[in-house]
Design a protein around this ligand. Structure first.
Ligand SMILES: Nc1ncnc2c1ncn2[C@@H]1O[C@H](COP(=O)(O)OP(=O)(O)O)[C@@H](O)[C@H]1O
Ligand SMILES: [Mg+2]
Length: 380
């Protein structure tokens, strides 16, 4: 029974131009509990294979128009279908056809008329192989992500965390040599830039540390129901002085009674990063608004700015650990491209999504969603 339940997860495509043949195979495999789909021509088989996710294809060789060999060649050409095992069903038991079958990428073959036990055994074996191959692929993907994460981490430490210190040393040298030649106003300017430098470095370090925690799995996740406007106001208050510096108005207009469910530390981190970016990429006298809207089961939060916007091409590079992308702010502020990756990680951890709509020179709208209540938390 347990086997059959497990088998329900496997989808098999049976391809034969003769419907009685399909019937025979289907009858044999039905008892095993697999999910089955049928196609009566090569063309139909390809269309189905490209639109569904099959674990195995049983493929007749002799069919009018497009024979099984041709179908197999096509399947092996496309990344979506190239790893699906193909077993040829063939009345042609001559060595030549069998060799040709393997040459075009078949995994195995079964000769007609079928021996029930043999068919079942071969299907089982190849599905099991396919399953372990998939598991390997998944763990390889995870590994690749982990390596990319590690690379990014080191590159940030090596470059982005170093440069603020260069600025600092430089400033110090400058002051030490010529301190008497500066007037009070100039000194105030120096200290202001010192403070900005420190804030930027501190933000980066905070991002780096939270991200390191998520990578090692030691980040604590404590979701609660909270007032979205309250949280947004806190962030706006925190970042008001950097917005003031650029004469940017920063407002939060969220309905007082909208609540969402999530980890408030993580969501503050998302908002802090989005608003910091908005300030960084908006020229003087611009406008930034934080909005929140209740939509069915979730809450959609938007950070909109009237800044420089992002091109279509660059939007595709955002939120990705495998791509290094960061550009200078309107006042030459440097970045590391870590902020949005962290935002995505935290939004997803909170059952949400994050994306951006933007127009170059007009502005950007970064949006993310959160479940409205505990009931809408996505099961993992
Ligand atoms: N509000 C925005 N307006 C324009 N570009 C943005 C905005 N937010 C993010 N970006 C783009 O996305 C990039 C990555 O952002 P982020 O991950 O926060 O890294 P960083 O701020 O360190 O560069 C930025 O360098 C910038 O090119
Ligand atoms: Mg940023």
């Amino acid at each position: 029974m347990k086997d059959i339940e497990h088998n329900e997860n496997f989808r098999i495509l049976i391809v034969d131009d003769v419907s009685q043949n399909i019937q025979i195979v289907a009858n044999i495999l039905k008892a095993e509990g697999y999910q089955m789909t049928y196609a009566q021509s090569g063309k139909a088989a390809l269309a189905k294979a490209w639109s569904h996710n099959f674990d195995l294809i049983l493929l007749d060789i002799m069919m009018p128009e497009m024979n099984g060999f041709e179908v197999c060649i096509k399947l092996k050409q496309y990344p979506e279908t190239k790893d699906i095992p193909v077993i040829f069903l063939t009345a042609k038991s001559d060595t030549e056809s069998i060799v040709k079958g393997f040459k075009v990428g078949a995994t195995d073959y079964v000769t007609k008329p079928f021996n029930r036990m043999e068919l079942v055994a071969r299907v089982r074996t190849h599905l099991a192989l396919r399953e372990s191959q998939k598991a390997l692929q998944t763990s390889e993907e995870h590994l690749r992500e982990a390596v990319a994460a590690k690379d990014k981490f080191f590159s940030i430490i090596a470059h982005d965390l170093r440069s603020p210190f260069h600025n600092l040393f430089h400033l110090h040298e400058f002051l030490e040599d010529d301190i008497d030649t500066f007037d009070r106003e100039q000194l105030v300017e120096f200290f202001k830039s010192l403070c900005e430098n420190a804030t930027m470095t501190f933000n980066l370090l905070e991002n780096l540390l939270s991200w390191a925690k998520t990578q090692t799995g030691s980040v604590k996740f404590a979701p609660v129901s909270f007032s979205v406007s309250g949280l947004a106001k806190n962030i706006a208050k925190l970042l008001k002085s950097s917005a003031d510096e650029k004469n940017i108005t920063l407002t939060s207009g969220i309905d007082e009674d909208i609540t969402a469910y999530g980890d408030t530390d993580m969501i503050s981190m998302i908002l802090r990063n989005l608003v910091t970016n908005a300030i960084k990429f908006t020229p003087k006298h611009g406008k930034i608004t934080i909005d929140g809207e209740k939509k069915d089961n979730h809450v959609e939060i938007t950070v909109a700015d009237t800044g420089m916007g992002i091109s279509e091409e660059n939007i595709r590079k955002l939120f990705r650990i495998d791509i290094q992308f960061s550009s200078f702010g309107t006042q030459g502020e440097r970045g590391s491209g870590l902020g949005l990756i962290l935002c995505k990680e935290f939004a997803e951890k909170n059952s949400g999504k994050i994306w951006v709509e933007s127009e170059v020179s007009k502005g950007s709208r970064f949006k993310f969603t959160l479940p409205g209540t505990k009931n809408y938390v996505r099961k993992r």
